[in-house]
Design a binder for this molecule. Structure first.
Ligand code: GAR
Length: 191
């Protein structure tokens, strides 16, 4: 079977993107063919170069009001889209073009701590402030509403009374690295 082409959208450091690129270097079902970012200084672009993966940089206006991103995805024959720390709302136009082919990872146990403004460290700060005893990750399909697509997978980690938001971030990142590449691989196998 032909390998599926994966595109990763990321806005920041890209540690998840790197784990996914690393995983799919050795996979028979898919490969990362493109990394896209809305942030010129995002370290994820550097990571993509290290793995010799093609990159595309765009801004909000290009994403929402032109078809430049669509054309790049088509040129690369993208079959599956992974959001990994992508901080812009994913446009409805692309969601319609790639039905059930776009996944996101959220650094908490949705439906808790989701929605607009809940991303990255803001999530972990809220979890600690509310004295939660656990947090975790949620991998879900992307639909038109922030963090409300169907949940595919969740994993939890304990939050201790002395944990700082940084401690929680570390635990959540470990879960992300452990599970996100494998969950993507199993979804590709089902397609
Ligand atoms: C990850 O923890 C991811 O779950 C989160 O941003 C971080 C990106 O880290 N995503 C969101 O908050 C989306 N709402 P990374 O750039 O090192 O992969």
């Amino acid at each position: 079977m032909k390998k599926k082409n994966i595109a990763i959208f990321a806005s920041g450091s890209g540690t998840n993107a790197e784990e996914i690129m690393k995983h799919f270097q050795k996979s028979a079902v898919g490969e990362v063919s493109l990394v896209l970012s809305n942030n010129a200084s995002a370290y994820v672009l550097e990571r993509a170069r290290k793995y010799q993966v093609d990159t595309m940089l765009f801004n909000r206006q290009v994403l929402n009001e032109t078809t430049a991103v669509d054309e790049k995805l088509e040129e690369k024959n993208i079959d599956f889209i992974v959001l990994a720390g992508f901080m812009l709302l994913f446009p409805e136009r692309l969601i319609k073009k790639y039905p059930n082919k776009i996944v996101n990872i959220h650094p908490a146990l949705l439906p808790k701590y989701g929605g607009k403004g809940m991303y990255g460290m803001y999530v972990h700060e809220a979890v600690v402030k509310n004295r939660e005893s656990e947090s975790g990750i949620t991998i879900h399909w992307v639909n038109e509403i922030y963090d409300e697509g169907k949940i595919i997978f969740q994993a939890t980690c304990p939050v201790g009374p002395k944990d700082t938001p940084e401690d929680v971030a570390t635990k959540v990142h470990q879960l992300e690295y452990e599970h996100y590449p494998k969950v993507i691989e199993s979804l590709l196998k089902e397609k």
